[in-house]
Design a protein around this ligand. Structure first.
Ligand SMILES: NC(=O)C1=CN([C@@H]2O[C@H](COP(=O)(O)OP(=O)(O)OC[C@H]3O[C@@H](n4cnc5c(N)ncnc54)[C@H](O)[C@@H]3O)[C@@H](O)[C@H]2O)C=CC1
Ligand SMILES: O=C(O)CCC(=O)C(=O)O
Length: 444
């Protein structure tokens, strides 16, 4: 049996109840086959893949907090420190009722390769809780965040592990967590990123994931003889990534016509009104029905359906496995030329293959959404040197990083005879640096 098959078997047996983690490992190891085969003896002897697929450590803890009625509530908190061979663990905190250890492990595993692709010294980690911030008062969210950090603060630090936002964790949650860390540890350090600008946050971090996604998409299209200008764009999600992807797409002359949340979606043929979307989602924390009520050109539909809209470019920016084989077929039938993932693993493996087989340009999340964590690393640099860079400075660095990632994944795919396969390119380019560092650091 080949080394890759052996490790895949082992990972499946050990993690049988974690489908998202198995999906992420399968996709990565399958596309690493040519690299592993070229070094099979050495990697097998060093148990490199076994070490890469087993987190350094994982924490699971109780998070008790008191709701507005005086009732004690209990959630479960997680932090998975996956791999720190190229830098301190780095990755967001997801607050959503669906969170479990398998989801956090898949996200942490993806983060290893994504963070490596940024070219910056950050390792892979992820955390979160099954707490749902939706419908909670600010006081309840604060109570949860303080309790969560009371436990998490034992395991993190500016040179150890630096969490950030993800689904359900935005500036408000990061602020409450930072306050509690400072209070317990008595230290003012860059232990979290995505902080507010008045206490160590970086300009452009809020925009970074969405803007970075568009810088990647623009470079991809440019290298295929076209650009964003005049393109119709379908976007899913209506959170941090989706909002700033829509904004940058418009700045580049594109026309985003959709967005979605967990209950429904909007088709707005005149183009999404970003100011209105921000008001509904960032300020009021309301449903998309409020967007539709305030915008005569918009149609609201219950359920899912964004990928049925005719578009040139699709940007899934909501959550994992939101774009399945039926969606992929519709996109292809409608003439979509490119899919760039803003979310983490939003496309199923079957849908990814179908898109690639039908010559749709496809850039996976670990490359296309790396602008967020890259800018978090820039926030860490600013915190370390006790300086703040201008928006233009950070944005220019972000753009440079995204363009660089595109060319690195394109080159890696070509080196292994898989030109245009950016899934393989991203996994190979991300893996090479981490593998090199792991081997150099001995058995650990
Ligand atoms: N915020 C960041 O900097 C980064 C986020 N990501 C990924 O981007 C995706 C979106 O994250 P954010 O925008 O930060 O989160 P968010 O909490 O700001 O927004 C998430 C959006 O997706 C929608 N959504 C969530 N679950 C859904 C479901 N089951 N069906 C339909 N819609 C759903 C929500 O309604 C919301 O509009 C996630 O996959 C996240 O891991 C990736 C890189 C960085
Ligand atoms: O900014 C960060 O540290 C992490 C962002 C994140 O969670 C991600 O890249 O998926």
């Amino acid at each position: 049996m080949s080394y890759v098959d052996e490790v895949l078997e082992r990972v499946k047996t050990k993690n049988a109840s974690e489908p998202e983690f198995l999906q992420a490992v399968d996709e990565v190891l399958e596309s690493l086959r040519p690299v592993i085969e070229a070094n099979e003896e050495k990697y097998r002897k060093e148990a490199l893949l076994e070490r890469l697929t087993e987190p350094d450590r994982q924490f699971k803890f109780r998070v008790p907090w008191v709701d507005d009625k005086g009732q004690v509530q209990v959630n479960t908190g997680y932090r998975v420190q996956f791999n720190n061979s190229i830098g301190p663990y780095k990755g967001g905190l997801r607050l959503h009722p669906s969170v479990n250890i398998g989801i956090i492990k898949f996200l942490g595993f993806e983060q290893i390769f994504k963070n490596s692709l940024t070219g910056l010294p950050i390792g892979g980690g992820k955390g979160g809780s099954d707490f749902d911030p939706k419908g909670k008062s600010d006081r309840e969210v604060m109570a949860f965040c303080q309790s969560f950090m009371t436990e998490l603060c034992k395991y993190i630090g500016a040179d150890v592990d630096v969490p950030a936002g993800d689904i359900g964790t935005g500036a408000r949650e990061i602020g409450y967590m930072f306050g509690q860390y400072k209070r317990i540890r008595g230290m003012y350090e860059g232990v979290l990123t995505g902080k507010g600008l008045s206490y160590g946050g970086s300009l452009a971090r809020t925009e970074a994931t969405g803007y970075g996604l568009l810088y990647m998409t623009e470079e991809l299209l440019k290298c295929h003889g076209t650009d964003i200008a005049g393109k119709t764009i379908a976007v899913s999600g209506a959170g941090n990534v989706a909002i700033y992807a829509i904004q940058k797409a418009q700045q580049l002359g594109g026309k985003p016509v959709t967005c979605s949340d967990s209950t429904g979606w909007i088709y707005d043929p005149e183009g999404i009104d970003v100011a209105l979307l921000k008001e509904v989602k960032e300020v009021k924390r309301a449903r998309l029905t409020e967007y539709a009520a305030a915008r005569p050109s918009a149609q609201y539909h219950e359920g899912r359906g964004v990928w049925s809209v005719k578009c040139d470019v699709a940007l899934p920016c909501a959550t994992q496995n939101e774009l399945d084989i039926e969606d992929a077929k519709q996109l292809v039938a409608n003439g979509c030329m490119a899919v760039c993932e803003g979310a983490n693993m939003p496309t199923t493996e079957e849908a990814t293959k179908y898109l690639q087989d039908n010559k749709v340009l496809f850039v996976p999340g670990k490359a296309a959404n790396a602008g967020g964590v890259a800018t978090s690393a820039l926030e860490m640099s600013q915190n370390s040197e006790r300086l703040s860079w201008t928006f233009e400075e950070v944005d220019a660095k972000l753009k440079g990083i995204m363009v660089n990632i595109y060319h690195n994944i394109d080159d890696a795919a070509k080196r292994y005879g898989q030109e245009g396969n950016y899934v393989a390119g991203a996994n190979i380019a991300g893996f090479e640096k981490v593998a090199d560092a792991m081997l150099a650091q001995g058995v650990c």
